[in-house]
Design a binder for this molecule. Structure first.
Ligand SMILES: Cc1cc2nc3c(=O)[nH]c(=O)nc-3n(C[C@H](O)[C@H](O)[C@H](O)COP(=O)(O)OP(=O)(O)OC[C@H]3O[C@@H](n4cnc5c(N)ncnc54)[C@H](O)[C@@H]3O)c2cc1C
Length: 456
């Protein structure tokens, strides 16, 4: 009997992987930690994305859904996270039926009866996927192949510089509200008339700042501080009208206006060193370009990016870039040290492979610590990976990727800490590779990416 392919995570990419595998006649089991499919997207359900539906819906998922009489969402208005779940992820999980098991958190993956040190006969051994159910009871599932699509939403980066939490950050947990609090909706009372610090230089930070900017207008006494590690926020202001995704271009332009209006106090070259929790406020100690500071705020929105949870993969033989924690072949294509906005060439099963045959990390998690993942990329990843698992190497190798342009996309040499590095970014199109690690885009391919996350 052939074991199923286990997919970890019922987010949009995990479910798309399942649709491709099912189309190829493979038995599939999707294990989802949350109470329902799309649990991570639901947590940022109030946020409107910048990607219209055509960049979201996977082709195999579409075919499966249309068989069920699905009404395909469309139009140029990007959906919110909640709309993605309601109109796409939840119906897709329903269409996959019992193949999707919720309340099933994967805690470890290994080869059955074989630890990491053993090589002889390794590839012939099935995988063993251990997961915990809602009651905390552990179960083992055997798998012919494993596709890890568990995202990175559950592992946010800490506030402190150097990759470590700031001193006292754990104890200050009640004052940390995550990257995307529902400032204008459910959580409004927590922010109205109070002082909030937003840390980070990505789209999550921009989204939260704009929502807080509205509160500054509507609720007297609301104060907003914005801390970035770099010297200049210009990179986040983006390509404006040159962005092929208008919602994304507008986000940056609106943020620039908000900061210029003085409604947000910007701290540049910020290092947050210590958090000291008090009764109703937390004191933030650190230094910025203006010198040492001590700030008392009611809450902190840490929009400092995400990192992959690799603990559950500790018994597998992985080939990861030591810095980005993305597959070694993929890392140079997305490294924010070199790509000002996350250009990416088409990539598939070969770039996503590990020394552990039959194991792949896909979707948001495949980008490791790089912040520029787009769903359309994940859909092409899983099309290729499913074909490879099914043994159709011709289809698996025929990778193609068409993605929207940003208007600010460039590929350039790394200039760590270059002040204003984002401001001079060239326009998209076909960026020239600047070093041997950067793969030229195939002729006609569109570069894609958006400014986010790191210092450039
Ligand atoms: C606020 C926000 C806005 C974004 N906007 C866009 C956009 O406009 N356009 C775009 O293309 N992309 C956007 N992205 C990026 C990306 O496309 C999304 O994050 C997308 O949800 C990634 O899909 P995924 O399936 O890889 O991961 P996720 O959606 O994170 O799904 C992972 C799933 O795995 C589950 N899981 C986690 N750990 C385990 C475990 N151990 N065991 C079992 N299950 C587990 C989670 O509960 C979750 O359901 C956005 C991201 C964010 C955060």
């Amino acid at each position: 009997m052939q074991h199923p392919v286990v997919v970890i995570g019922a987010g949009p990419v995990g479910l798309a992987a399942a649709a491709h595998l099912r189309e190829r006649g493979r038995d599939v089991l999707v294990l989802e930690a949350g109470a329902s499919a799309g649990a991570a997207v639901s947590e940022w359900g109030h946020v409107r994305t910048f990607t219209p539906w055509r960049w979201i819906v996977d082709e195999a998922a579409r075919r499966l859904l249309l068989e069920q009489g699905w009404t395909e969402p469309g139009g140029d208005v990007p959906p919110t996270g909640a709309e993605i779940v309601a109109a796409y992820v939840a119906p897709l999980a329903d269409a996959l039926g019992e193949a999707v098991r919720t309340g099933a958190r994967v805690v470890a993956v290994t080869r059955a009866a074989m630890d990491k040190t053993r090589s002889a006969g390794r590839a012939a051994q099935p995988f063993l996927v251990r997961y915990a159910d809602r009651e905390g009871r552990e179960h083992d599932a055997l798998a012919a192949a494993v596709v890890d699509a568990s995202g990175t939403w559950g592992s946010p980066n800490p506030l402190g510089a150097g990759g470590l939490p700031a001193r006292g950050e754990r104890a200050a947990g009640p004052f940390l509200v995550g990257p995307l609090p529902d400032v204008l909706g459910a959580d409004r009372a927590r922010y109205a008339g109070r002082r909030t610090l937003v840390a980070g230089l990505g789209h999550s930070a921009a989204t939260t700042l704009l929502a807080l900017g509205r509160l500054v207008e509507e609720e007297p006494g609301t104060e907003v501080l914005w801390a970035i590690r770099g010297a200049d926020p210009a990179r986040l202001y983006g390509g404006g009208e040159a962005d092929e995704l208008p919602a994304r271009g507008r986000l940056g332009a609106d943020l620039r206006r908000l900061v210029d209006s003085g409604a947000v106090r910007l701290l540049t070259e910020t290092r947050i060193e210590e958090l000291v929790p008090g009764e109703a406020t937390v004191t933030v100690l650190g230094r910025s370009s203006e010198g040492p500071f001590s700030l008392e705020v009611h809450q902190i929105a840490a929009a400092t990016g995400f990192r992959p949870d690799l603990a559950m993969l500790a018994e597998l033989r992985l080939d990861l870039d030591p810095g980005l924690e993305a597959p070694t072949a993929l890392a140079p294509l997305i490294d924010p040290e070199h790509h000002s906005c996350g250009t990416v060439a088409p990539h598939g099963h070969r770039d996503l492979a590990h020394p552990e045959p039959g194991f792949y990390v896909v979707g948001m998690k495949s980008y490791g610590r790089a912040p520029t993942f787009l769903l359309a990329t994940g859909n092409e990843q899983v099309r290729s990976v499913a074909a490879a698992i099914a043994g159709d190497l011709a289809a698996a190798d025929a990778v193609a990727l068409e993605l929207p342009e940003t208007g600010v996309c460039s590929v350039r040499g790394a200039e760590p800490s270059a002040p204003g590095a984002g401001a001079d970014a060239a326009c998209c199109g076909t960026p020239e590779p600047v070093d041997p690690f950067h793969r030229p885009l195939p002729e006609g391919a569109v570069a894609v990416g958006f400014a986010t996350g790191a210092a450039r």
